[in-house]
Design a protein around this ligand. Structure first.
Ligand SMILES: [Zn+2]
Length: 128
């Protein structure tokens, strides 16, 4: 999916660095009324898709409030997230960004280890 720049809309994992196909996922899950229209589809890695499940809202760890999850088609990743200095962690900048980091376990150990290797190979963070 060229529009998604061949990367996961959530953790930004690039298709070229993983040995599985990124999945076309429903931004609003069909289980909660989301459609199959292109407007509701984006690319996701398997991990993000699994952790996201049928969630449309999640708790912002800073305020404890439940907020709508980040929508990669309508919102800009860089407004809601940034990379840590060493490039291994995703930092949520907004309520929905912070909620997303927690709900999708964007900084799980396996993801951080992979990002460190990708960073050392100079293929991470993805260049815009
Ligand atoms: Zn992902």
């Amino acid at each position: 999916m060229a529009e998604a720049r061949y990367r996961c809309g959530y953790c930004q994992t690039q298709q070229v660095v993983v040995n599985f196909l990124l999945e076309v996922e429903h931004i609003i899950p069909t289980a909660t009324g989301g459609s199959d229209d292109e407007e509701n589809l984006w690319l996701s890695c398997t991990a993000c898709n699994r952790y996201k499940g049928t969630q449309v809202r999640a708790r912002d760890p800073s305020t404890g409030r439940r907020v709508r999850l980040f929508n990669p088609r309508r919102q800009k990743w860089k407004r809601h997230f940034r990379w840590s200095k060493d490039g291994t962690e995703i930092i949520g900048l907004t309520a929905s960004g912070r909620a997303m980091v927690e709900a999708l376990k964007l900084n799980n150990e396996l993801a951080k280890q992979a990002r460190a290797i990708w960073r050392d190979a100079d293929i991470h963070p993805p260049k815009d």
